[in-house]
Ligand binder design. Structure first.
Ligand code: HMG
Ligand code: MG
Length: 297
């Protein structure tokens, strides 16, 4: 059964812009301010990661302190360690997210430690977040395939996801980081994870590299998943996963939901406008088919 309502977690300003070199702080602030007027309820606004690893996110503190915060919207950021969380707290963030991997290879390349080391490193992050009453989301990457190791066993995804919930994450977002998943594999993976974790604590985070993201989202929706990560204009990728193109486009997810009679509370045209605005600044076209179709109308 399909959910009646879906929450979209907008990751364009983080997952999207972490891969863009020519984007100013003012452009990011403007983009997030436009998104804040669309009905989106959760906007990921930056990442407090090492600037040596991802220089594109080095201005997250400035971005988060400069945006016009709309009440009722959760503004969040990635925090891989305590150092990142301290900076996030200083910026007045609402929610943070830790991010781990279901595969060892990606863990090493993305956060420079093993899966088990990462879970240890998250403990002090969870403790400090709790002290400040900051809810923590968990991302799990490579839930289908790893760019370094090939297929990820669904049981491995299930066990690491469960460890993130046990650490205190309110939700785990399951990432098909390189977008190779197809609906059957998504179903098998979700069934495995759902044995350990209730469906209302799971979100899906699909990259559209192989054009399968919408089909995979439909599969996840049909299994009761009601939190979808997406990126306006389909911006994005991952600096540590070669060829990982953008996330599924927010516009495309909204259009899919509209057609399925699923409520999102988001204005499709306004999201599309925000997408055209940031893309113009980036000198590219949105990769959202829905956005291109709206413009061509
Ligand atoms: P490390 O080099 O092992 O860490 O990196 P370290 O503790 O040895 O620190 C090295 C230097 O970084 C030190 O500076 C620290 O101060 C500094 P130095 O003493 O050399 O001058 N540093 C920091 N600075 C600012 N903020 C911080 C911070 N931490 C350390 N928080 C670390 C380990 C995890 C920090 C690093 O690997 C890192 O930042 N990785 C982040 C990579 C990243 O952002 N990837 C993209 C996001 S994940 C993603 O896109 C996937 C997702 O979308 C889901 C999906 O699609 O699957 C979420
Ligand atoms: Mg991602």
């Amino acid at each position: 059964v399909l959910p009646a309502h879906v929450t979209i977690v907008e990751v364009g300003a983080r997952d999207g812009l972490q891969n863009e070199e020519r984007v100013t702080t003012a452009d990011k602030v403007n983009f997030i301010n436009l998104l804040s007027k669309t009905g989106l309820k959760h906007i990921e606004a930056g990442a407090f990661v090492s600037p040596k690893w991802v220089p594109q996110m080095a201005d997250s503190q400035s971005v988060i302190t400069q945006i016009e915060r709309t009440s009722g919207i959760i503004y969040s950021a990635l925090t891989p360690n305590k150092q990142g969380l301290e900076l996030a707290i200083q910026s007045g963030i609402d929610h943070v997210a830790i991010f781990g991997s279901a595969s060892e290879g990606f863990s090493q390349h993305n956060i420079n430690c093993s899966v088990s080391e990462s879970l240890k490193r998250f403990e002090p992050v969870m403790l400090l977040a709790k002290q400040y009453n900051i809810p923590v989301r968990g991302y799990l990457s490579c839930v289908v395939d790893c760019p370094f190791e090939g297929p990820t066993p669904p049981e491995k995804v299930a066990s690491v996801a469960r460890e993130m919930i046990d650490l205190g994450c309110y939700e785990v977002s399951l990432g098909d980081t390189i977008g190779t998943g197809t609906p059957l594999r998504i179903a098998t993976m979700l069934e495995s994870v759902n044995q350990n974790i209730p469906i209302n604590q799971l979100a899906v985070h699909f990259h559209d590299t192989w054009g399968q993201a919408l089909a995979n989202i439909y599969q996840a929706l049909s299994m009761g998943v009601s939190v979808i990560d997406s990126s306006t204009a389909g911006l994005g990728g991952c600096p540590y996963a070669d060829g990982a193109s953008g996330n599924v486009a927010t516009e495309d997810v909204i259009y899919l939901c509209q057609g399925l009679g699923i409520e999102t509370g988001i204005d499709l045209n306004q999201v599309a406008e925000a997408g055209w605005d940031i893309c113009q600044r980036l000198g590219k076209l949105p990769s959202s088919k829905v956005s291109l179709a709206i413009k061509a109308r």
